[in-house]
Design a protein around this ligand. Structure first.
Ligand code: NAD
Length: 444
């Protein structure tokens, strides 16, 4: 099947590569000409495990191509997938400007029937707007008879495991009221639907809301656990024991109940705020979502507050080793990363940072530029040299079993502030290290 994918970011590039891998003929379109040029040369703009091989091989086989020309994109695909960003606006609502720009481009250039698929996370009602935008362009060109359908097909991939999520999706949500569009979507995803039925069909608005409901539910689980952690801390309980205790109930389960320093990334924070904004416009009261958002904002500052308390506000002459910058492991993405709140608070307090992250240091350098209070280190051990204490902000696997004796020796003050509860407190204490984590008793 001929497919065009607009937007070559985390979602567009991974989904395009997955569709090409199963044999579809995919043309990717992006307004960022430098990105298109780089991809043509095999340079992958984002880090995702397994992505480079998929892109390079399928590009080599001619099934995955790139262009900065939207018209070429519109001409190529029977299926037109919109996977551009929907960043937050000042009031928290999602900005659908880029989505509508693609819809306009499709309406201006289409000369044959199309299935237009909205894969971006968009507020309920956006597919209707896409439909109106394309219709208006067709009217202008006196081509109203040209057939097209707009389908909602929200994406559920997780950064860090995006390739395997796309190759083996848990579910494929399709919102459409057209039998023809349903048949095309079945054919498009048939290669991903062999093991068992994963496709769930529903009306367009329900599909649009399903994406927000899923992300808001997951964000709620995280904020709930973080709230429990703050209670545990004050009451002298250990949230990690509590986590194991409640996770054993199958109605609750072990997934997504890790306490920490808040959720980040390009989706949860913006999607929670966007649904709050959508609900407000619709006149719905959303106390839970507001609380989820507030808890997360507070949680992101917690690690800095632990550091500030321990050093009694005297941070201006201190240097901290920071392990982890990405908002979660296996990605280089730092959008809304808790580490950013930490770094900025440390700098505001006059402290310096020696940072290490396996993938996100280039991204961090791009965001903050060169500055004396930020030094990037080649290894996690190198980051410890000359540091007063160690702070852990991301749970990369390579941080799970450090050489504690070396950590103890390298730090001026032997303390670990662990924002991800990676270690067994007793084990850390054996090495003479002070240990402060989230929702657990402090150990000296
Ligand atoms: P991204 O910022 O990584 O990529 C978006 C791309 O779209 C950029 O390369 C940009 O240059 C391009 N673009 C903008 N306007 C364009 C236009 N008119 N024509 C062609 N290209 C254009 O974004 P992302 O993280 O891939 O997210 C895309 C959408 O998918 C968002 O709505 C997001 O909420 C949703 N989503 C993201 C994830 C995730 O984990 N990142 C998961 C599920 C859903």
């Amino acid at each position: 099947m001929k497919i065009s994918v607009f937007g070559i970011g985390y979602v567009g590039l991974v989904q395009a590569a997955a569709l090409a891998e199963v044999g579809h003929d995919v043309l990717c379109v992006d307004i960022d000409a430098a990105r298109v040029e780089a991809l043509e040369q095999g340079i992958i703009p984002i880090y995702e495990p397994g992505l480079e091989r998929l892109v390079v091989e399928n590009h080599g086989a001619g099934r995955l191509r790139f262009t900065a020309d939207p018209e070429e994109g519109v001409q190529h695909g029977y299926v037109q997938i919109i996977a551009v960003g929907t960043p937050p606006m000042e009031d928290g609502s999602a900005n659908t400007r880029y989505v509508m720009a693609v819809a306009g481009a499709i309406g201006r250039a289409m000369t044959s029937e199309k299935i237009v698929v909205s894969k971006s996370t968009v507020p309920v009602g956006t597919c209707d707007e896409i439909h109106e935008t394309i219709t208006a362009e067709l009217d202008r060109r006196a081509l109203r008879a040209l057939g097209f359908h707009v389908v909602s097909n929200p994406e559920f991939l997780k950064e860090g495991s995006a390739v395997s999520d796309c190759m083996k999706p848990d579910r494929i949500i399709i919102g459409t009221d057209s039998a023809d569009a349903e048949a095309v979507m079945r054919e498009l995803y048939a290669p991903f639907n062999r093991n068992h039925e994963k496709m769930i069909f529903m009306d367009v608005r329900s599909a649009e809301l399903t994406k927000y409901a899923a992300n808001c539910m997951l964000a709620t689980k995280i904020s709930f656990m973080n709230e429990m952690a703050s209670i545990a801390h004050l009451l002298g309980a250990d949230i990690e024991q509590v986590r194991l205790g409640i996770g054993s109930d199958p109605r609750i389960g072990y997934d997504f109940i890790y306490p920490g320093i808040g959720y980040g990334g390009s989706c949860f924070p913006k999607d929670v705020r966007a649904l709050i904004a959508t609900a407000a416009k619709a006149g719905a009261e959303v106390n839970i979502l507001k609380a989820v958002n507030q808890r997360n904002d507070a949680q992101k500052r917690l690690l800095f507050e632990l550091v500030q308390q321990r050093f009694e506000g005297q941070l201006s002459d201190k240097t901290f080793a920071v392990w982890g910058l990405a908002f979660k492991p296996n990605t280089n993405d730092m959008r809304e990363a808790p580490a950013r709140v930490l770094l900025e608070a440390l700098w505001d307090a006059g402290a310096r940072v020696r940072a290490y992250d396996p993938q996100a240091m280039n991204e961090c350098a791009r965001i903050y530029g060169e500055r004396p209070e930020l030094v990037f280190c080649d290894t996690k051990e190198h980051a410890l040299c000359g540091a007063d204490a160690l702070i852990i902000a991301t749970e990369w696997k390579s941080f799970r079993a450090p050489d504690f004796a070396l950590v103890r020796k390298a730090l001026r003050t032997p303390i670990i502030f662990d924002g991800r509860n990676l270690y067994n407190a007793k084990q850390v204490a054996v090495h003479g290290l002070e240990y402060r984590s989230i929702g657990r008793p402090e150990t000296i």
